[in-house]
Design a binder for this molecule. Structure first.
Ligand SMILES: Cc1cc2nc3c(=O)[nH]c(=O)nc-3n(C[C@H](O)[C@H](O)[C@H](O)COP(=O)(O)OP(=O)(O)OC[C@H]3O[C@@H](n4cnc5c(N)ncnc54)[C@H](O)[C@@H]3O)c2cc1C
Length: 495
């Protein structure tokens, strides 16, 4: 079989899935003006990997099959393999400049991490472990695009899932028989659901006694009967054209609420059922959580490099590059991008074996998560500060260029020491879409929350840091400070 390409992916999305937007069903996501460009950007990932010159970089022969699939499915057994896999993930992220957070490598990384820890599933239930292994092989060998929903709807966060006013708010088991389980309720927040083949559904938040029906993990195709995809507003649809919104117009990966209207899930696709303990262990007792978030940091390195490039260009276009303060600001931004890149290399180098697999260092990963949640808004703020009104003082749209009078005025007023007026407008439209538009604002929210709220990621950092090494040093230093010895010296008239 040939390596998956864009045409194959696009065809797979015309599957009758139920996507809702502005009160109506969407029909074909590959042609709808709210989604088609983002869908094409996602599909382009598969053409990129299938291109002859990229095949070795991007793909590997799936075990037991001749077919080459994305390296995101590869389970590294050494540092060298991890690095090889990372290079493929970087190359994919560069095609979307880091703006597609839930590209196919994200959930593939998560599922791969679960398979690396398959013994944890086996200790829980041999049949569920077998189902997970079978699903992993199916998804890998078909090179599926998976997304996931692993968060419960907000409602009242001070209450457990079963204590909400509607016990069916959060997706949970309402029935079960010899064939499988039936699921009713909602999950947030399915990024990329409109363009994925299947969804992995589970819960990463702590569950409490009484929440057993919500303690599940399962998967299903996006066209499963009863699965409703409730899309948020589309920034792509509002973008209109790629000159005015070069990022929103291409990379609006979408976010949706998923509502499961009594959806049947066969046991072959159920990996955790009614186990609060296993719902938590699947993430943290296996390398899943590390691998999925390691993928995020790799993508973010690419995005930060892009944003630093935008910052430098702002300085060039506005003729401010020579000012010492501006160079300082650019130096700061470059250092911040370098820090995140260094953390990725560090978590790889400091990683270690978990059984037969090589896993990035847990604490350096959580360090990166905590710091980058705070860093992203700061970086965007620095770009705003460098740009001043340049990102706002722009023609209202491409139509202005079609009017000779306005075009003449644009040419007279959009001045730059570095580029012509058209180029200046094009660039500042891009800069605004990167840090100021509604699309950009959603990205700020994404980078703050995709891996959990700040108190969650800081909790992971607290839990995984080597406190013994830190406090041990403090104890060692204090052991050299002896009160009685000092008092003795004092009595002997010493200093
Ligand atoms: C753009 C975007 C894309 C996303 N994509 C996905 C996706 O593809 N799949 C998916 O499953 N999820 C996705 N998410 C959801 C994401 O995982 C959650 O937003 C994140 O885990 C935080 O959960 P929450 O939004 O329910 O916030 P909450 O848990 O409600 O937290 C919001 C704030 O409330 C306060 N708070 C809440 N609880 C506590 C507490 N116990 N202690 C102290 N303070 C508290 C904190 O100030 C916190 O910052 C996405 C989110 C965003 C914004």
């Amino acid at each position: 079989m040939r390596t998956k390409d864009a045409a194959t992916h696009l065809a797979s999305l015309r599957d009758g899935r139920t996507v809702w937007l502005r009160g109506a069903p969407v029909g074909d996501v590959t042609s709808h003006p709210a989604f088609r460009n983002a869908v094409r950007s996602a599909a382009a990932l598969y053409d990129f990997q299938a291109a002859a010159e990229n095949l070795e970089l991007m793909t590997f022969a799936a075990p037991g099959s001749e077919r080459r699939v994305s390296r995101c499915w590869q389970l590294p057994t050494s540092y060298a393999e991890l690095v090889m896999r990372r290079r493929a993930l970087v190359a994919w992220a560069e095609t979307h400049f880091g703006f597609m957070g839930r590209s196919p490598d994200h959930v593939a990384s998560c599922l791969g991490g679960m398979v690396m820890g398959i013994d944890v599933f086996r200790a829980y239930d041999e049949r569920r472990a077998a189902a997970l292994l079978d699903y992993f092989r199916y998804a890998r060998d078909s090179d599926l695009f998976l997304t996931y929903v692993i968060i419960n709807p907000q409602a009242d966060r001070s209450k457990a899932a079963h204590e909400q006013t509607d016990e069916h708010l959060t997706a949970g088991i309402v029935d079960e028989d010899a064939q499988g389980i039936t699921v009713r309720g909602a999950k947030m927040l399915a990024t990329s659901a409109i363009m994925a083949n299947e969804v992995f559904v589970s819960c990463i938040q702590p569950l409490h006694k009484g929440d057993e029906r919500y303690a599940v993990a399962f998967s299903m195709p996006m066209n499963a009967k009863g699965l409703n995809v409730l899309s948020r507003k589309s920034y792509e649809e509002e973008a209109g054209n790629l000159f005015d919104h070069p990022l929103a117009g291409r990379f609006d990966e979408n976010d949706s609420l998923l509502y499961f209207d009594d959806v049947k899930v066969p046991w072959e696709r159920v990996f955790v059922s009614r186990s609060i303990d296993m719902a938590a262990r699947q993430w943290h007792a296996t390398p899943a959580h590390v691998y999925q978030n390691y993928q995020c940091q790799i993508r973010l390195v690419v995005k930060l490099r892009f944003l630093v490039g935008v910052a430098r260009k702002i300085a060039e276009v506005n003729g401010i590059l020579g000012f010492p303060g501006v160079r300082e600001a650019l130096g700061q931004l470059a250092a911040e991008a370098g820090l995140v890149e260094g953390l990725v290399y560090g978590m790889e180098a400091k990683g270690g074996m978990a059984g037969q697999y090589y896993v990035p260092d847990r604490h350096l990963l959580y360090s990166a998560q905590v710091l980058t949640q705070q860093l992203y808004g700061k970086v965007a703020g620095s770009l705003r500060e460098l740009a001043g009104g340049g990102m706002i003082m722009l023609p209202s749209g491409v139509e202005d260029f079609a009017n000779p009078l306005l075009r003449d005025l644009i040419n007279r007023t959009q001045k730059s020491p570095a580029v012509d007026p058209e180029e200046r407008v094009k660039f500042f439209k891009l800069a605004w879409d990167a840090v100021g538009s509604e699309f950009a604002s959603r990205h700020a929210q994404y980078e703050m929350f995709y891996s959990g709220a700040g108190f969650v990621t800081k909790g992971h950092s607290f839990r995984t840091y080597d406190w013994q090494a830190a406090t041990g040093m403090v104890d060692r230093l204090m052991a050299g400070c002896d009160l009685e010895r000092e008092l003795g010296r004092l009595r002997q008239g010493g200093g």
